[in-house]
Design a protein around this ligand. Structure first.
Ligand code: ZN
Ligand code: ZN
Length: 291
């Protein structure tokens, strides 16, 4: 039985942001969850699949009291999703054992992510260091169009068109349940008609080019980020096209300046004013859902 836990629902900049004194960060520092948001990571209980390893993944796993990780995969190479790759040293090594008897975690790397790992920030070298040098992970590259199975759950990486990186969403299926998990980077995506029905879709909320409540412009129209990242309004069009039973938004950026309470208001207003979106909500850290 699938259960999805949101370990971290922040974006490239998590909340509170170090050194920041804005109202969002001050509130998050004072009140913690659900106002604070760790870096982007999702855990699928059942197959015990961890999707993405942000730099604070150790804190997120401890907080969620997760003891077993069945496998790990990555949506794309960006540092907010990979900078915590060293977590396998904490998980799998007993440092004073001799001879060493490390535990080995299977990791599944979508083909395009592997290509980017070879190009960026020494990530392929880190995989090699953890894998062939220390035996803490067992890497397998998943070719585009391929899938992997974990405890009766099929996980199919789905390549997205974003230009910012080679990016994947994941389609998880178990029996007749289907879940789409897209941790980030929906820019330019038009959900194809043949994608099928999802019981649950998890999508990055997108940038708040306009304030979701007041409609006031928040990001200058000429800012280059708008040519690279999907906006919240564009994401809502994708929600309509996908027509999943439920949609939950993640990857909530501190610079978008939406507090937990603000987003609960946005959620209520969306349900009231745009019922054709279906059931939409915003995730918060430690939220756990069954599709
Ligand atoms: Zn990200
Ligand atoms: Zn701040």
């Amino acid at each position: 039985m699938l259960r999805i836990e949101f370990l971290g629902t922040g974006g490239a900049l998590s909340t509170p942001r170090a050194g920041c004194d804005c109202r969002i960060c001050a509130e998050a520092r004072a009140r913690g969850v659900p106002y604070s948001r760790n870096g982007p990571a999702i855990f699928v209980h059942g197959p015990d699949l961890l999707i993405d390893t942000p730099e604070d993944i150790g804190h997120s796993l401890n907080r969620a009291n997760i003891k077993r990780i069945g496998a790990v995969t990555w949506s794309h190479w960006h540092p907010d999703h990979t900078a915590g790759m060293r977590i396998f040293e904490a998980l799998n090594v007993r440092l004073w054992d001799w001879p060493p008897q490390p535990v080995c975690t299977p990791v599944f790397i979508p083909q395009g992510v592997q290509a980017d790992f070879e190009q960026w920030m020494g990530l392929a070298e880190q995989i090699d260091y953890l894998g062939s040098q220390h035996g803490l992970i067992k890497p397998a590259v998943v070719p585009d169009g391929g899938a992997f199975d974990l405890d009766g759950v099929t996980v199919e990486p789905l390549r997205l068109p974003a230009a910012a990186a080679k990016v994947y969403a994941f389609i998880l299926s178990e029996g007749d349940k289907r879940v789409l998990i897209a941790p980030d980077e929906l820019h330019g995506w038009e959900p194809p008609d043949d994608l099928g029905h999802f019981d649950l879709a998890i999508l990055p909320m997108g940038l708040c080019e306009f304030d979701p409540l007041t409609g006031a412009r928040r990001i200058p129209a000429e800012h280059p980020i708008l040519g690279l990242e999907a906006t919240f309004r564009q994401t809502l069009e994708m929600v309509r096209a996908l027509d999943a039973d439920k949609t939950i938004f993640v990857h909530i950026e501190e610079p978008d300046q939406q507090s937990y309470d603000d987003l609960m208001t946005v959620q209520r207003e969306l349900q009231r004013q745009q019922p054709d979106l279906g059931k939409v909500s915003f995730a918060f850290d430690r939220l756990s859902v069954m599709p």
